[in-house]
Structures are given as C-alpha cells and as structure tokens.
Design a protein around this ligand. Structure first.
Ligand code: MV4
Length: 583
C-alpha cells in the first residue's frame, strides 16, 4: 500500500497514540508525537519518528493546547493530524484550526462534530432520518412545570439529560414528581459545570437497557458503511469496563436493523470518517432507540476490528486522504467474537479508587487470540494528571466462549506490580454467570455484582499510610520442586506516615495547611456545600471535586468558620489550590 501522507502528527498520548502510529507505520506514513513534560520517556514519544514537547503536564497546557499543537505540526512538516480519543478529539474548534492551518484532519467535518455534540440536534437528525429516539422533549426544558406535564403525558420514571452532554454528566433519573425540582437543578448545575451550558432536556427513562453501539465509516465518496454492534453495557458510573462484539443479546434481524439505523443517521448528517452511533436496547431485545453519536474513534474500536478483520485506523487514514477503502458493505461480516477488558490503575476493592503509581514489574499476556493495546512498559509511571488506563486486553475466538476463556487466560498471565488494577474485577466478571450467559445490562456492575469478593490479597501495593514496601515475586527450588513466593519487602528508606490518618470514606479527601483547605489534586469543582460564614466540623464536606473521573469530597481539615471560600461549581482548580480558609 502506498503512503497516503508523508507525515502525520498524533495529538494524543498513551495507548491510542501508539495505536495510531502503528497504523501509520503499516502504510509507510512517518509519525510525529507530541508529549508533555510528564511524558518525556513515554512509549508514544519514543515510537514516533519525531517527538515535540508541547508544554507542562496539566492537559490544558499541553495535550489541549491548540496553538502549540498546530505549531508542532507546522514545525515538523506534518501533513495531517489524528486526534485519537479524548483530549481534543471531539472539539470542532480544533478540527477547524487544523483545517485552517492547511492540514488534513483525520476525523469528521467540524460542522458535523458540532451538530452531533448537541444532543437535541442529534436526536432531531435521527428523527429526520426516520430512526427512533427515546420519547422525549425536542428542545431544552425551561422549568419544572414543563417536566411535570411531560410526566403527566409519558409517566415516570423520566431522565433529565444535559443538551451539550454525554457520558453521564448532568444525567438524573426522576422516579417521583416530588424529585423533579431538585433533579432539574442538579442536572442543570452539572451541565453548567461540565459543558458551560445549563440546558437540559427530558426523556422517558428505560429500566435495565443494554448499551449497544454501531461503528460507522463515511468514506471519501459519501457512502456510509456500518459494522456489527458492540455491546458496552458493562460499565460503572458511565465508565465502560468490558465491551464485546457481537452482542450476546442481538438476533440477526435486530442486528441488521440497528446497523441500518446507524447508517441512516450518519447519512442524514453527511458523516465522513469514523463515528459511532449509540443506542439503548430495551429489555425485550428488539426495541432500540438512537441515543447519541460519538464523532471520534472510540476506546473499544478493537473489538470491531477483531470481530470483522478490518483495521479501522487504517480506514480513517485512507478516508482522510481521499483514497478508496478497498472494501464495501458486503465485505463487512462477523468473522470472530471479540471481548475487550479495560485495565485501569484503579482499585476495584476500594470503589475503583484511582491508583496511579509506577509499574515496578510489567509483563503483558500474548498467545493465540490475544491482543494488548497499551502505551506503557516496565518502570513507567501512570501520572495522576491523566487517564488511569494501563492497557486494553482484547481477545477473540471462533465463538464467544473461546474469546471468554482466552480472556481469562490472558488476565491470569498479565503481571503488573506497583499499582492496583481492575484485573481482579475482570477475572470475577468474565467468570460470572451473568457474563457466561450474556444476560447482563447497564445496571449489572453497579446494582448486581458483589465486588466484596475481590480480595485484598491480589498483588497489593501499599496504601497511603502504610510503610513503603514493594512486592517481589521469586521462584525458588526446594528438593527438586519449584515454588513461587511473594515477599513484601520493606524499603530501607521507609518513611512512616507522621501520624496515623483518620479513617476515610472512599472518594473523600481531607487536606489542609494551617487554616487553608488545599485541593489535593487537579480537577473541576462540581458542587459546593457550604457558604462563607458557615460553622463546620472537621470532616464536613466543603465541596466535591471531580478528578480522574472520580468525585472526591473535600472535607474540612479542622473545625471552624468558613471565612473565605474561593471556589464555585464549574471552576477548574490546580493541585495545591486554596479552596477555603477555615478559622
Ligand atoms: C438513558 C437511560 C435510560 N433511559 N436514557 C447514561 C449516560 C448517557 N450517555 C445515556 N445514559 C442513559 N440514558 C433513557 N432515556 C440509561 C442510561 C444509562 C446508561 C446508558 C448507557 C450505558 C450505561 C448506562 C448506565 C446507566 C444509565
């Protein structure tokens, strides 16, 4: 295959940057990485033909710094930019800036990104295409009375959603009329904090739906290709944990219908390049509703690649370059079953608390039917500032159970020391009867799994407050027999916590210096629970800070009066920022 561009800049980090660079290498496209001060020795920076520092660690200063990224592309004479997912991938202004700089944007048209970014506009596009959406309001609602009359007509429960939203932010379920006022205010506040717009709309709420999504490609000639679905129902707090393709819940006729619906919506907006239409599948396994469209390559794209044998990133590059794809809808068929587990540096035994740290030992699984997409290696550090994903393990097989068993094998082979990961959760999930039978839904992880079964014994790195230790695995031989032993070794430079820490609730952080309550990490304030002048006790929640996809309650570090309050909902704060003064 010929090179479609001479050189391409990847505006991302970690596994997805590596994934895009691999697709480039496969067709002879040179790559340029960008990296922040924290990523000087990151795999993605080393793998690229050239790497350019675009600024300090905080994303706003580097991976979200549009002028610095465009400048890096010009300086390196890149012809195109691929945004990966996250960061600037769905930012229409960035896409436009890339195009205005005379570069090729490997993604959809900026206007289409903006249309689909507005959830009510996306619903309207689906309706125009003759695709069902969940019964709901066509526009944002203006007050509680409008919600009441919707409830009178459609009944309860209902869902309140952010118009500019997605990913569960500004999402509320209302089960009783008395809850409307508060839910409406809460959703609007969250929508303002995350999307800078308080607009929310209403839908009928479906109980226990499955989350089914359909990959599409709009090619350079205007044709839309759609792929067999991914089932992404196994998630927790709107973070996907396991995805598979095909869904165990879809009959072939429903598959055909949902693929066609995705193609119609995409066609309606003239979609080009890779995108994903999300649907909710009702408990009957037949009725589905268009939810929203993601105008980017998604984390879970590999399950579609392994189920169909088609390289989606390669397709993105060809489309952006105006080249023919070399395959058509008739060539898209299910050739295997594929499952993906997202391995995050999070502790599933402690409410999936982010567990950044250094990978003191790291060995990836491999073998038949196993693919690992990662951007890390031994001794790499997972910084607190970035997404805590370590890797994606994707397995495939002739049938679902072969893929599932291979996943259990791969998870057992995976050796990660130094950070806690979601692997114990995945081993439990993949062996669980609900997964084995395929009978799961969007509430399964949060409402039905007993995560208490995840023991603390699995390769446990120390917790805050523990003496500093490392775990080491040894193989020893005694009288001709091999034994594996795991030793927790106390480091010479052990620093004991200065005083015993008070017990903490998961996701709650107390931290102060003198009279000042300090932000322990960078993030966004989503809620403030006190006013200046309030009397608080030590341990009272002052505000809620969202960081690393977790809501953390910041607790008063001492009793007193809140003399000065420096934050309000929606505000971004840096690590060490003064939140409040308590005297
Ligand atoms: C819904 C729903 C039920 N009914 N809408 C949550 C985030 C947003 N992107 C869509 N979400 C939902 N919308 C109606 N009308 C249930 C969810 C939902 C969900 C959707 C997909 C994947 C996981 C989920 C977990 C909880 C709720």
């Amino acid at each position: 295959m010929t090179a479609v561009f001479k050189r391409l800049l990847v505006a991302n980090r970690g596994e997805i940057a590596v994934r895009v660079m691999r697709a480039c290498s496969d067709i002879g496209v040179e790559t340029v990485a960008i990296y922040s001060d924290l990523d000087v020795s990151a795999v993605h920076a080393r793998l690229a033909d050239r790497a350019i520092n675009v600024g300090p660690g905080p994303p706003a200063d580097s991976y979200l710094n549009i002028p610095a990224i465009i400048e890096a592309a010009k300086r390196s004479e890149a012809a195109a930019i691929h945004p990966g997912y996250g960061f600037l991938a769905e930012n229409g202004d960035f896409a436009q800036a890339v195009i205005d700089a005379g570069l090729v944007w490997v993604g959809p048209q900026p206007e289409v990104m903006r249309t689909m970014g507005d959830k009510t506009a996306a619903r309207a596009a689906a309706a125009d295409a003759g695709v069902a959406t969940v019964p709901g309001t066509a526009r944002p609602v203006t007050g509680a009375d409008e919600v009441l009359s919707f409830a009178a007509e459609h009944g309860l429960p209902l869902a309140i959603k952010a118009s500019a939203g997605g990913g569960g932010k500004g999402f509320r379920v209302v089960r009783a009329e008395s809850e409307i006022e508060e839910a409406l205010a809460g959703a609007a506040r969250e929508a303002q904090a995350y999307f800078s717009s308080p607009a929310v709309y209403i839908e009928r709420y479906l109980e226990r739906p499955r989350h089914i999504e359909v990959q599409v490609l709009g090619d350079a000639s205007g044709a839309i290709l759609s792929f067999p679905e991914r089932d992404c129902s196994l998630q927790r707090r709107h973070q996907k944990l396991v995805e598979e393709s095909p869904s165990p819940a879809l009959q072939p006729a429903v598959r055909e219908a949902i693929m066609e619906a995705a193609a119609r919506v995409s066609k309606q907006v003239g979609y080009r390049n890779a995108g994903t239409c999300e649907f909710l599948l009702d408990a009957d396994g037949k009725t589905f509703y268009f939810l929203e469209m993601n105008t980017r390559l998604q984390v879970e794209h590999p399950v579609t690649e392994l189920a169909t044998g088609i390289d989606l990133v390669n397709a993105q590059l060809l489309i952006a370059a105006g080249e023919p794809l070399g395959f058509s809808q008739d060539d898209i068929a299910l050739k295997a079953h594929a499952i993906e587990c997202r391995i995050n540096a999070e502790d599933p035994a402690r409410n999936f608390m982010p567990a950044p740290g250094t990978l003191t030992a790291y060995h990836e699984p491999s073998g038949p039917g196993v693919r690992v997409d990662s951007g890390l290696e031994q001794n790499a550090t997972i910084p607190q500032l970035y997404d805590p994903m370590v890797a994606k393990v994707i397995t495939y097989g002739a049938g679902r159970d072969e893929a599932r068993r291979r996943m259990l094998r791969a998870l057992a082979e995976y050796r990660i020391e130094g950070v806690r990961t979601t692997i114990p959760f995945h081993r439990l999930m993949l062996a669980d009867d609900r997964f084995v039978t395929g009978e799961y839904h969007t509430g399964t992880v949060e409402r039905e799994m007993d995560l208490g079964a995840i023991s603390e014994t699995s390769a446990s790195p120390p917790r805050p407050g523990d003496p500093e230790t490392v775990l080491r695995d040894f193989e020893i031989e005694v009288e001709g027999k091999r034994f594996s032993v795991r030793v927790r070794e106390r480091l010479d430079s052990t620093v004991m916590a200065k005083k015993p820490r008070p017990p903490k609730k998961a996701g709650a952080v107390a931290g102060g210096a003198g009279e000042t309550l300090i932000a322990p990490m960078q993030g966004t304030i989503v809620k403030v629970l006190v006013n200046e002048g309030d009397q608080v006790e030590a341990g009272d929640t002052i505000c809620v800070l969202e960081a690393m996809k977790m809501e953390n309650s910041l607790l008063a570090h001492e009793a007193g009066v809140v003399e000065k309050l420096n934050v309000s909902p929606g505000q971004a704060v840096d690590t060490g920022a003064a939140i409040a003064t308590i005297k």
